[in-house]
Ligand binder design. Structure first.
Ligand code: HDE
Length: 682
């Protein structure tokens, strides 16, 4: 459950407070502060005459409106964010100078933006896609950005291919179709012709691409970074975020329906749970490899299409992040926040991963156009909590009023300040890696194996997860029009696993591969969501109910569910109240019109003594869909009778009993298990 602790020294919040304005109860003014007397009628020459140019309030209002939009992010356009704090569990001083990783008593304010990658700003949340997981730590040594994704590898090995990849996955340029989807010809043509994408495509076709909640996703820094300690000793490091609630996903049919029912599903879930005090928590983990062990692995640790199997390089949990505050304004905070993997603090450094190196260029560059110039660091959400002093000056929208004549280094007029700080006193010093070699445009041979880890991923999946991957390939390629591309993809994935390629080949009318297969037999249990923590906390339950229910029993069930952190919502025919046989009233949250079962994690079917035919029909649709999505279904009283008549009794995850104590215990267990894959769903 939520950790109630508040941030000790939330200096970021204090800083933002300086910029917050509450317009409620104030007088309307122009941007110049002039009080406005008329805001409905523009100034006209005669009551039916033309509008006059001298109406400055009209012009200012419309001009500002005309310029309200800024370019959306070229990728990760759709996102949502929240404030919180981070705390390290034990000092990491042995490995890194980064001060925010030293003192367990220090809380560092953070701002985290979750996103989809492909869709535009208005696209649906539940599409099949990678999710961004970008964290800005406002540390006492300056801002540190951990710009991560919810998958540990990437589609390409070298940043020079990023525009090609993005052009291929975005809507096709002639008709701008499809929105927020990888299920089209150009993406799969790219995949087949850039086989380094194989491993990431396995992740994209897996359940990881349709997370149940931003609160239930892992985050991965993807690249190998470097930790550098006080003595200058370096280690390779990969960053992980582990959600306290475990890693959970939707099923594909459900995800598609939610995209229509509630396109804001993931953002609403984050917002609502923070409002309710169910603060999302993530633990920060690190995998550390000594410099001497760089070449100990059967893959190149600098290759971003490879993960470091957790069984070989354990994830050390080093701290915790809690998101406990919603934004006040989506534009000024979420849209204007600017992340950059190059925003580091002393003790965190880069490696020669060619994907990372390219990112170091791209992020500042994109903010220049998106946020309108080089002063985006002055926007409230991007400001460091420590003072900023340098000789950078001017530019669009500059806000700092730098005093004095000196804006250059070296100088004598200002005593040669602002002065650099020596590394010993906390100045950033780049790691002195020895580099030598010829200038070449090529890729290291050690990056050449594109399939072993794709097979490792496949081998690690549980049977339902494997089936979902086959279904995803069948869906995506089923939407690809080019037969040649479909066949190329089948042939490519024969290198990963023959059963996989053969099964989806049959579903998409392609020729099953004649040869292929992999000799990789290794698996990594950490990759399967089957092994993730499963808890009932914050799960939602639709309570299907109408008048005449058993007051005491229903009240007992609802209160017990709430006591373990489950969130029941009342669903009935009409908004208003439903009344129990003994007069107890329950406020209806949703009707069958405003909600479908896809919006809930489980269903509790109560019915009531006063059901009618229409109620039964709508409830039946609800239950049927929940059953097909493998969700827990509980039933008591008239609900139980209905489930028995309709042949749901005894099926996995279907809980019913006349003893309310037994019922609620078993129902909570079924909810904690999340999905009941043992069902035969046709
Ligand atoms: Fe990004 N990426 N990226 N990316 N990325 C952007 O920056 C880029 C990559 C990631 O919520 C852009 O401000 C290149 C990997 C996240 O604001 C842009 C390459 C990972 C976000 C950009 C990559 C990411 C972005 C677009 C290949 C996981 C959203 C808008 C070398 C580790 C941040 C912006 C937010 C955003 C470039 C690959 C994560 C264009 C060139 C790998 C979470 O600069």
């Amino acid at each position: 459950m939520a950790d109630e602790r508040k941030v000790d020294a939330n200096s970021k919040d204090e800083q933002l407070e300086l910029f917050r304005v509450d317009d409620k109860g104030t007088k309307l003014t122009t941007n110049q502060g002039l009080k406005v007397s008329e805001d409905e009628f523009s100034l006209k020459a005669g009551i039916r005459g033309p509008t006059l140019m001298e109406d400055f309030h009209f012009r200012e209002k419309v001009t500002h409106f005309d310029h309200e939009r800024i370019p959306e992010r070229v990728v990760h356009a759709r996102g949502f964010a929240a404030h919180g704090y981070f705390q390290v569990y034990e000092s990491m001083k042995e490995y890194t100078r980064a001060k925010f990783l030293h003192d367990p008593g220090t809380t560092t304010p953070v701002f985290v933006r979750f996103s989809t990658v492909v869709g535009s700003r208005g696209s649906a949340d539940t599409v099949r896609d990678v999710r961004g997981f970008a964290t800005k730590f406002y540390t006492e040594e300056g801002n540190y950005d951990l710009v991560a994704n919810n998958m540990p590898v990437f589609f390409i090995q070298d940043a020079i291919k990023f525009p090609d990849f993005v052009h291929a996955i975005k809507p096709e340029p002639d008709n701008e179709i499809p929105q927020a989807s990888s299920a089209h010809d150009t993406l799969w043509d790219f995949v087949a012709n850039n086989q380094e994408s194989a491993h990431m495509i396995m992740w994209l076709m897996s359940d990881r691409a349709i997370p149940r909640s931003y609160r239930m996703m892992e985050g991965f820094g993807v690249h190998a970074f470097r930790f550098v300690n006080e003595e200058g000793k370096a280690h390779f490091v990969k960053f992980h975020w582990k959600p306290k609630l475990g890693v959970h996903s939707l099923v594909w049919d459900e995800a598609q329906k939610i995209a229509g029912d509630d396109p804001d599903y993931n953002r609403r879930d984050l917002w609502d749970n923070i409002e309710k005090g169910n603060y999302p928590e993530f633990e920060l983990g690190v995998q550390i490899i000594g410099e001497d062990d760089e070449f100990m692995f059967d893959f190149d640790i600098l290759d971003a299409t490879k993960l470091w199997p957790e069984e070989d390089v354990p994830v050390q949990i080093i701290g915790k992040m809690v998101l406990n505050q919603n934004v006040d304004n989506a534009f000024t905070e979420i849209e204007q926040v600017a992340f950059h993997p190059g925003h580091v603090v002393p003790g965190i450094d880069f490696t020669n991963d060619p994907l990372l190196q390219g990112r170091l260029f791209s992020y500042i560059d994109t903010q220049l156009i998106r946020l309108g110039g080089p002063n985006f660091h002055e926007l409230p959400i991007n400001r460091a909590v420590v003072p900023v002093h340098n000789n950078q000056r001017d530019g669009y929208g500059r806000q700092t009023i730098n005093i004095g004549k000196v804006s250059y280094h070296r100088n004598s007029l200002a005593g040669n300040t602002p002065a650099p700080t020596s590394p010993a006193e906390g100045g950033y010093a780049h790691y002195q890696e020895k580099v030598e070699g010829r200038v070449v445009q090529a890729r290291s041979e050690s990056f050449a194996d594109h399939f072993s880890q794709a097979t490792l991923f496949w081998n690690s999946m549980s049977p339902p997860e494997k089936q979902h991957i086959i279904n995803a390939f069948s869906f995506e390629l089923g939407k690809v029009k080019s037969k040649s591309v479909r066949q190329q993809v089948v042939n490519m994935f024969a290198n990963v696993n023959m059963e996989l390629a053969t099964t989806f080949a049959e579903n998409i009318g392609a020729i099953p591969p004649e040869s292929g297969g992999s000799n990789v037999t290794k698996s990594s249990p950490a990759l399967s969501q089957e092994n993730t923590p499963k808890k009932p906390d914050t799960r939602t339950v639709a309570v299907i109910i109408t008048n005449g229910f058993n007051d005491a029993d229903v009240n007992y069930v609802l209160e017990t569910l709430k006591s373990v952190g489950i969130q029941p919502e009342i669903v009935s025919e009409k908004l208003g109240k439903v009344v129990g046989a003994g007069g107890m009233e329950l406020e209806v949250d949703y009707t069958f019109l405003t909600a479908d079962s896809v919006l809930f994690d489980a269903v509790y079917m109560v019915r009531g003594s006063r059901v009618n035919k229409k109620f039964n029909k709508q409830a039946a649709y609800f239950i049927d869909e929940a059953f097909n999505h493998y969700k827990p279904i509980g039933a008591t009283h008239e609900g139980k009778e209905w489930l028995i008549v309709n042949d749901f009794a005894g099926k996995p995850g279907v809980v019913m009993s006349d003893d309310m104590g037994v019922f609620v215990t078993e129902f909570i267990d079924a909810i904690a298990a999340h999905r009941h894959w043992g069902r035969q769903v046709v």
